[in-house]
Design a protein around this ligand. Structure first.
Ligand SMILES: [Zn+2]
Length: 333
């Protein structure tokens, strides 16, 4: 697996008019599910780890699991991305660990909860960009705040991204990709009714893209929360409330207007949990962890492969030749 810089992959996605899913990992089965889906669909892929994932795996397990993926899937270009870095220190430690991309989320203070002011955001993001670009590593920033809380990240308040401020933010920080707040939320409970143009500001994406045609836009909280995945959990003893996610068509509309990275985590969690619950319900005498982790892994692989096709990244792995980070470094210099 050649590790590829986020910037190179998203530049190619912009040329090809497609989007790339960014899928969260915490353990071996999730990494395997994503890599198998990538192989099955011949997709380049973004694998991302939150701070929570890095502490869960103690970094070293994550690093060696990714090294194993590198060995086993040499034909798949992979971006290893830090999701929601809360401080320059978090991003710098990810770069030292070998990540090819980091998100500095300066929309929140270091506690990951309190909304930060614009100047704080510019300052910490700029600091990360200088450090990262000098090493060929890409940077995603965020302006505006998303709803919901996931992995302890989020203020629970929604502040939509202001397009003019976005222009100033990109100019002053030099980021490669910008996470925009358009009304999506982290977690499973995004909307209490099917979202339409009033809850999701798709026109905001179009406006930001028209002002920043060369900045790759990122949609966070973009699980679709399919009813069948929620139903599967509830059918086998779960108690999830009715909920709606971001429709695939809205994401595809975003992709037509500059969205290149789409973060999906909740759908993968739902798929695994439903599959595990099914085994527990149907085979209560079963106690070999493989008996439920295998179907869980397969269920996650199905969702990832489906998203890869829907976002358009399927089939694009063979045409990408990962540039060494030194080459990316020279491009920034
Ligand atoms: Zn996010």
């Amino acid at each position: 697996m050649p590790l590829i810089a986020l910037r190179q992959l998203l530049d190619a996605a912009a040329d090809g008019g497609y989007g790339v899913g960014a899928f969260n990992v915490n353990n071996m089965e999730q990494i395997q599910a994503i890599m198998e889906a990538a192989r099955e669909t011949q997709s380049p892929v973004i694998v991302q780890a939150s701070r929570g994932a890095r502490s869960y795996t103690n970094d070293r397990f994550l690093f060696h699991l990714m090294a194993a993926a590198a060995e086993l899937y040499p034909e798949i270009p992979v971006v290893l991305h830090q999701d929601h870095g809360n401080s320059p220190e978090t991003c710098i430690s990810a770069i030292e660990l070998g990540f090819t991309s980091v998100m500095m989320d300066g929309s929140l203070l270091e506690d990951g909860k309190t909304p930060a002011d614009f100047e704080h955001n510019v300052r910490v993001t700029r600091e990360v960009v200088e450090h990262a670009h000098a090493r060929g590593v890409s940077v995603e920033g965020e302006l505006g705040t998303l709803g919901g809380i996931e992995d302890g990240v989020g203020s629970g308040e929604v502040h939509l991204t202001d397009p003019d401020q976005a222009v100033e933010f990109v100019e002053r920080t030099g980021i490669d990709a910008l996470a925009v707040a358009i009304g999506t939320s982290h977690g499973a409970y995004k909307f209490s009714r099917p979202p339409d143009g009033e809850v999701l500001s798709m026109n905001l994406i179009e406006e930001i893209h028209s002002k920043l045609p060369d900045t790759h836009l990122v949609m966070h909280g973009s699980s679709s929360v399919p009813k069948d995945l929620v139903d599967a959990i509830n059918e086998y003893g779960g108690a999830m409330q009715p909920t709606w996610g971001v429709p695939i068509e809205e994401i595809q509309q975003g992709i037509r207007h500059g969205v290149r990275k789409i973060n999906v985590d909740t759908d993968l969690r739902l798929a695994m949990t439903g599959a595990i619950r099914k085994v527990f319900a149907e085979e209560p005498d079963e106690f070999d962890p493989r008996s439920y982790l295998k179907p869980a892994r397969a269920a996650m692989q199905r969702v990832v492969a489906e998203r890869m096709v829907q976002f358009g990244q399927a089939g694009h792995a063979p045409e990408l030749e990962a540039k060494p980070l030194e080459e990316m470094q020279a491009l920034y210099a």
